[in-house]
Write a protein that binds this ligand. Structure first.
Ligand SMILES: [Zn+2]
Length: 331
């Protein structure tokens, strides 16, 4: 019986580690396939791969956060509504004929050379976006104009341009690593307080998790991303906002100071020190000490037209746990 149990446990362990390995292999394969497609379209259109990757990633993120859009189910996450693909006045919204689509000013094109412009073909979809942008030009400024005409939203353009910078900087797509915002060996405590009434600042709900630690404990970027905001706010004190490549905004408040040369537009990676724990805020610039030192950590999701706060606690707990497991492995 015991032997059977041991064997069973071994089998369970073995099969779960195989599943993890398979999932990992599948992920790397997906990145490899995506990059191949971006580079292929870049070769033909001269639109840099990292812009195509950023558009694709942005579209994937908004589809995952919205109920009115189909969930991404293919290699490329870009969603083009059928009427935009076929052309608004096209009597056939499911048109696949590149010529009639062109006639009705649809954006659908045949990218893979099968003479059909199919919304369900990754290559056609990616070429369609590239082809649309190409009509404005392929340098940074013209790409921005093209993106604005496509999305009609400054924030979407800013997010895509920022994500493109991140991809360009690292030269790869697998940027999934995450860490806890303080060194895990530091002395810190936190609990789930998202949605609680605030002690300070009136009747707003608490949009984050407070991680209590001593003055000066390093505060670190948790994800790959770009610094979108840095400065003073009368509630948040000295604070930093980082947009990650999944279009989640991470807000770090009450810092005692910023890392040297930290600036808006800077690319960050998990573990990079951005400042240190403090108690700044709740007064004019420089006010400090009105409450115990802590990092207020907030997370916000953008869905293409609005942004809202969600509870960072489960993510913080997960990142901390994963880092502890990694640290133990290295010993
Ligand atoms: Zn807080």
């Amino acid at each position: 019986m015991r032997a059977f149990l041991i064997f069973g446990t071994f089998l369970l362990f073995f099969s779960s580690s195989v599943a993890v390995r398979d999932a990992y292999a599948k992920e790397t394969n997906v990145y490899h396939e995506r990059m191949r497609l971006y580079k292929k379209v870049e070769t033909v259109t001269q639109i840099p791969w990292y812009y195509l990757a950023a558009i694709d990633q942005y579209e994937r993120s908004i589809r995952l956060s919205r109920k009115d859009l189909p969930k991404p189910d293919r290699l490329i996450g870009i969603y083009i509504p059928p009427e935009r693909w076929a052309g608004l006045t096209n009597p056939n919204p499911n048109d696949k004929n590149p010529l009639t689509i062109q006639f009705f000013n649809g954006i659908g094109v045949d990218g893979n050379g099968d003479r059909k412009a199919s919304l369900k073909n990754d290559e056609d979809v990616l070429y369609a976006i590239a082809h649309y942008l190409l009509s404005y030009g392929v340098d940074n400024d013209n790409l921005k104009i093209g993106l604005w005409n496509y999305y009609h939203r400054d924030k979407s353009v800013g997010i895509i341009v920022g994500t493109a910078k991140v991809y360009r900087h690292f030269g790869r797509l697998d940027l999934d690593n995450r860490v806890f915002p303080m060194p895990i060996r530091s002395n810190h405590t936190y609990r789930s307080t998202w949605g609680d009434a605030r002690g300070w600042g009136g009747r707003r709900i608490h949009e984050g998790t407070d991680i209590f630690a001593d003055y000066g404990v390093p505060v670190r970027a948790t994800n790959y991303g770009i610094i979108e905001m840095k400065g003073w706010n009368k509630f948040g004190g000295w604070r930093v906002g980082i947009r990650d490549i999944n279009n989640t905004y991470h807000y770090f408040a009450h810092l005692s100071g910023f890392a040297k040369d930290l600036h808006v537009g800077q690319i960050v990676e998990p573990g990079m020190v951005i400042g240190s724990v403090g108690s700044s805020g709740y007064g004019p610039p420089g006010t400090s000490g009105k409450f115990p030192p802590h990092l207020h950590y907030g997370m916000y999701k953008d869905n293409g037209y609005t942004e809202w706060s969600f509870d960072p606690y489960p993510h913080l707990a997960l990142w901390e746990r994963q880092e502890r497991i990694e640290a133990r492995k290295k010993k």
